[in-house]
Design a protein around this ligand. Structure first.
Ligand code: ZN
Length: 48
């Protein structure tokens, strides 16, 4: 699963563990901490 940071535009992959644990809007963006800018934001999925 690959997500895009809504703050800086960085795309990053998350682990299956993060996928299960992190809060998300059903079928939509997910609350993740960006590894690039370190900010929490709702990140839209860009690739499976
Ligand atoms: Zn970022």
């Amino acid at each position: 699963m690959q997500y895009m940071c809504s703050k800086c535009g960085e795309t990053f992959k998350i682990t299956f563990f993060q996928y299960i644990l992190g809060p998300r809007i059903l079928g939509g963006p997910k609350l993740l901490k960006c590894p690039n800018c370190g900010k929490w934001s709702f990140c839209p999925i860009v690739a499976i």
